[in-house]
Ligand binder design. Sequence first.
Ligand code: ADP
Ligand code: UDP
Length: 244
Amino acid sequence: MNYDQNQDLLYEGKAKKVFATKKADQLRLFFKDDLTAFNAQKKGSFQGKGALNRDLASLFFSFLAANKVKSHHVSDMGLTEMIVQKLQMIPLEAVVRNFMAGSFAKKMGRDEGEKLAFPIVEFYFKDDALNDPFLSDEQILVLGIEKAAVVEQIKVKTLQINSLLRDLFSQAGFDLIDFKIEWGRNAKAELILGDEISPDSCRIWDQKTHEKFDKDRFRRDLGGVEEAYAEVYRRLKSVRENQS
Ligand code: ADP
Ligand code: UDP
C-alpha cells in the first residue's frame, strides 16, 4: 500500500498544510513552496521557499523564546515542517506598522517609507470570502469576536514582539516596515503566538538602499524573490549565531 502523504491532513491553506499528530495537543505544519498574493488571485512558487520560511519562522520563534515570549513552536521536523502546540486560533490578523507602506499608504494616498511617529496595531478579520476586512477595536467587541481585555493583551504582546523583532532586523541591516501575526489559545487557555513569521508576512527593507526583501517582490513583479528570502535568512542567521 502506498504511503499517503496527506494522511491526517486537517486543513490546507494558501502557504501551509496542517496535519494532526499522535499527540492530541500538537499539530504538524508543512510549509509549502507556494506564494500567493491579493487573496490568492495571484499565484506562484519557488523551490525551497517552504524550507526557507520554516527555517525563518523557527529562527524567529527561538529568538522570541530567548526573550521570554512564548510561541506555539515545539520542534522542527525534516526540512519543511514544524511541530506546534495546537491552538484555538483567534480569527484576527494583528498587523503592526512601523513605517507607511502597503494598504495604509494606498488608502491615504501617501508615499511608502515614511517612519510613523509610533508603531500601531491594526486588526483584520481572517476571512478570505470577505477579503480580510479591517476591524476597529469596537467592531471586534460588538461582534463578540473577543473581549476588551484580550484585545488589549494582544496589542501589548504584539507591540512587545515588534520591539524585539525590529531590533533583531536592525542588527541584520534591515528595517521592519510592517508585519502580520496571529494569536490563539492553547489547552490551558493561555494566549500564544501561532502561525508563522516570515518574508511572506513582513515587509523588510534594506536600511541603506531601501531595497525590498519580502513578498512585495512577488506581489509587484520585482524579480529576485528567492534571492531576497535567502538573503533575509542568511543575515538573520548570522546575527543569531553571534548572539549565542
Ligand atoms: P491561510 O489559512 O491564511 O491560507 P496558511 O496556509 O498559512 O494560511 O494556513 C495555516 C493555517 O493554520 C492558518 O489558518 C492558521 O491560522 C492556522 N494555524 C497556525 N498555527 C496554528 C496552531 N498552532 N494551531 C491551529 N491552527 C494554526
Ligand atoms: N499581511 C499578511 N497577510 C495578509 C495581509 C497582510 O501577512 O493577509 C502582512 C503584509 O505582508 C504586510 C502587513 O501585513 O507585511 C501589512 O499589510 P497591508 O495591510 O499593507 O496589506 P497588503 O498591501 O500587503 O495587502
